[in-house]
Ligand binder design. Structure first.
Ligand code: ZN
Length: 313
């Protein structure tokens, strides 16, 4: 039984907002495009594993929880947690194109692209070791003495993986059922306790809050980012506000085109938006209109007078 939905990676929205607004040939654009591609591939791989698990039939009750963020001393993120009455199992999911070589010293996964370029990524074994340690501690804090297993899953059989030493199983999706079936053991929890543990896991989940661009790429400043409101019909920036509506050169009219632009601002910049900053970014002169726009975009006021800032809820 799958217990919750998997959220799309928040970085996608940041990349989409920023890539439309960066001036052409900005150096960060290529990095963001690459990052978006990786996030999309990672998400697709995780969905592939979810769909295999949705079909899996376990001899006893089973709870499958995708995309979890828990805290035990430090925060940790689990791609998939599987709970039964006898054990817990963490699946670390990878979807990396090209050939992957997992090295032990230093612990890293080297991705070798079709044109022979090498790119070092974090080792999935080291990641799984850390998650196993933290989740065992998390269970210990809750007096739940069940064994915790783990495996690294490569989401597509077309991926080529080499590992000199494999401290944890490496699986492709068609082997997941077999692997889980073989994690035997007598039941240590009754079904009520399993449900209670699942409830505690779900209640402890902290959804990921996506950071804005400027905290990830401090080299991007205001002058790198195009201002203005984009027309959703023709895709051009530079809609003009008059008679309580946005007007585009293509003659389309919108009453709410600022909402997307204000959302873009929060994907790019951190902190609160001031009235002056709102006017600069939306290219409007009327401070009362700017205030109404921020309110209609659902922002909440903080502070008084000229120090007033507006924030997302
Ligand atoms: Zn237009």
């Amino acid at each position: 039984m799958i217990m919750k939905d998997r959220a799309r990676p928040g970085i996608e929205k940041v990349c989409d907002a920023v890539l439309l607004r960066l001036w052409p040939d900005n150096l960060v654009a290529g990095k963001l495009e690459e990052r978006r591609k990786q996030a999309e591939a990672g998400f697709r791989g995780e969905e592939r594993v979810d769909s295999v698990l949705a079909e899996y039939r376990h001899p006893g009750p089973i709870r499958i929880i995708p995309d979890l963020r828990l805290v035990c001393g430090s925060r940790f993120q689990l791609d998939v947690l599987v709970l039964t009455q006898s054990w817990a199992c963490l699946l670390e999911v990878k979807n990396i194109s090209g050939r992957s070589v997992i090295r032990d010293i230093p612990p890293e996964l080297v991705r070798i692209t079709k044109d022979g370029r090498e790119e070092a990524l974090g080792s999935p074994f080291a990641q799984l070791d850390s998650n196993l340690l933290l989740f065992r501690d998390w269970l210990h804090e809750r007096n739940t003495p069940i064994p915790v297993y783990g495996a690294v899953v490569f989401a597509y059989p077309s991926q080529i993986v080499e590992a000199a030493v494999a401290p944890h199983p490496i699986l492709f999706p068609n082997r997941i059922s077999f692997f889980l079936r073989n994690l035997s053991g007598r039941p240590l929890l009754d079904e009520h306790e399993l449900n209670e543990l699942t409830r505690q896991v779900l209640a402890s989940h902290e959804p990921y809050v996506q950071r804005p661009l400027c905290t990830m790429y401090p080299q991007v400043t205001k002058k790198d980012i195009r201002t203005g409101v984009m027309c959703t019909v023709c895709g051009e920036f530079g809609m003009r506000w008059h008679n309580r509506a946005w007007h585009c050169r293509c003659e389309s009219i919108s009453r709410s085109a600022h909402v997307k632009a204000i959302g873009d601002w929060f994907h790019i910049f951190s902190g609160g938006m001031t009235n002056e900053e709102c006017r600069r970014f939306l290219e409007v002169e009327d401070r009362h209109a700017a205030r109404r726009m921020m309110k209609s975009a659902g922002l909440i006021e903080n502070g008084k007078g000229r120090w007033k800032t507006y924030h997302q809820q």
